[in-house]
Design a protein around this ligand. Sequence first.
Ligand SMILES: Nc1ncnc2c1ncn2[C@@H]1O[C@H](COP(=O)(O)OP(=O)(O)O)[C@@H](O)[C@H]1O
Ligand SMILES: [Mg+2]
Length: 242
Amino acid sequence: MRDSKHAIEINNLTKFFGDLQALDNVSFSVKRGDFFAFLGPNGAGKTTTINALTGLSNFKSGEIKIFGYNTRTEYVRTRPLVGLCAQEFNFDPFLTIYQILVYQAGYFGILPGEAARRADALLERFQLTSKRNVKHRALSGGMKKRLLLCRALIHDPEILILDEPTSGCDLELKFLIWDYLTQLNQEGKTIFLTTHYMEEAEKLCKTIGIINHGRIVRIGEKKEVLRDKSLETVFLEVTGNE
Ligand SMILES: Nc1ncnc2c1ncn2[C@@H]1O[C@H](COP(=O)(O)OP(=O)(O)O)[C@@H](O)[C@H]1O
Ligand SMILES: [Mg+2]
C-alpha cells in the first residue's frame, strides 16, 4: 500500500446520467483512519459518488485515488483496499450465507482454507453462526444487514464504505450497527458512510461532508460543521385558539 495520508482523494469528479448532472465538480479527501459521514438528502449524489469510488460506475471527468492509487488506471490495486456495504441487499439467492462469504473471498484471490476460516470468524463476530447454512432469504432484515457487513469485511479491506447502513433499521439494530462501526474504526479501519440522518453523522463521525444537488456544500471536522448556523433546524410549535 502506498504511504498516503489520505485514504480517499476525489478531485473534480463530474458525472452525468444523460442530461442530468448527478455530480458537479466534487472534490474532497478522507484521511487514513477517519470516520467520515457523507451527508445529504435523497438524490444528492451520495450513491453515485460511492459507485464511482468503488469502480461500479464510470464518470465523465475527474480523478479518484485510494491510498494514492488511481481507481481507473490502478483498479487492481484500489479495489481490494475497499469493502462495500451497498444500500440494497444484493445476495446470490442460491447460496448459503457461508458460501456467499467464501465466494466473495475468492474474488479477491483468498484461498479456500483461509476463506473458510475468515467466513466462520466473521459469522461468529456478527452473531450469525447459527444461520451459517441457510440461504439469505431465511434471515431477518437485521441479519441481512449484518451479512452485508461480513461480506464487505471478508477480504479485510482498509476502508469500509457503507451506503445508508441504518436506513430502515429499528432502534436496537441501529445502535448495534453503530457499535460495530465504532469498534471497526477503533481497530484502524477508515470508515466512509452515507446517511441522510444528521443524528447519525453527529453521533459517530469525526469528519462530515455535506452534498446537495451533486455539489459539496460543506466539509470539515464534525464540531466545526455542526457549529455552522445555516445548518441548524428550528422547530416551531404553534399554539393558538382553534
Ligand atoms: N442509473 C441512473 N440513471 C439515471 N439517473 C440516476 C441513476 N442513478 C442515480 N441517478 C440520479 O442521480 C441523482 C443522484 O442519485 P444518487 O446518487 O442515487 O442519490 P443519493 O444516493 O444521494 O440519494 C438523482 O437525481 C438520481 O435520480
Ligand atoms: Mg443513495
